[in-house]
Design a protein. Structure first.
Length: 157
């Protein structure tokens, strides 16, 4: 485990992934308010605006968000939060979905068939888990954590 006890260095989300999930969670809060501007999201989530814009363009190309031009333009989720998975987001960003960097599905590298089988199964289950965790799940987890911390209505991921 990492020094904070939550993850190992190998399993840490990249800045690109972290910022993208934060921005998408921010958009999940805006379903009835129309598109949110890059500037508004960047300010609320403390993400550099130009970097956020690049991330949102990538997510738009993947069909995760819709972009709208004009004075009231901005970005909105293309689907409901419970229809967008963490696996989809990471794949759209071309992030590695490899939970164990040292894992190689190569029989010649395995100590024995048991070791290879264990790593294969762990890898498959991890990938499946990434695609089963949705933005809605992350939203409710964040809200629960904030409530437990006694934080108010202001939602910053």
């Amino acid at each position: 485990m990492g020094k904070d006890g939550f993850y190992t260095k190998e399993m840490k989300l990249t800045t690109k992934s972290h910022y993208s999930v934060k921005a998408l969670l921010d958009l999940a809060l805006q379903p009835d308010y129309g598109p949110a501007s890059v500037k508004a999201i960047a300010e609320r989530q403390n993400i550099p605006g130009p970097y956020l814009e690049k991330l949102l363009i990538t997510l738009r190309r993947a069909g995760i968000v819709n972009a709208y031009r004009g004075v009231r333009g901005g970005y909105q989720l293309a689907q409901a939060p419970d229809q967008i998975s963490l696996g989809q987001i990471l794949a759209a960003l071309e992030e590695s979905l490899e939970p164990f960097p040292q894992y190689r599905d190569d029989q010649s590298l395995a100590e024995d068939w048991v070791t290879l089988s264990v790593w294969r199964q762990l890898h498959q289950k991890f990938i499946k888990a990434l695609y089963s965790i949705t933005l809605a799940d992350l939203y409710y987890d964040a809200r629960s954590w904030q409530a437990a911390q006694g934080e108010g209505i202001n939602f910053i991921v």
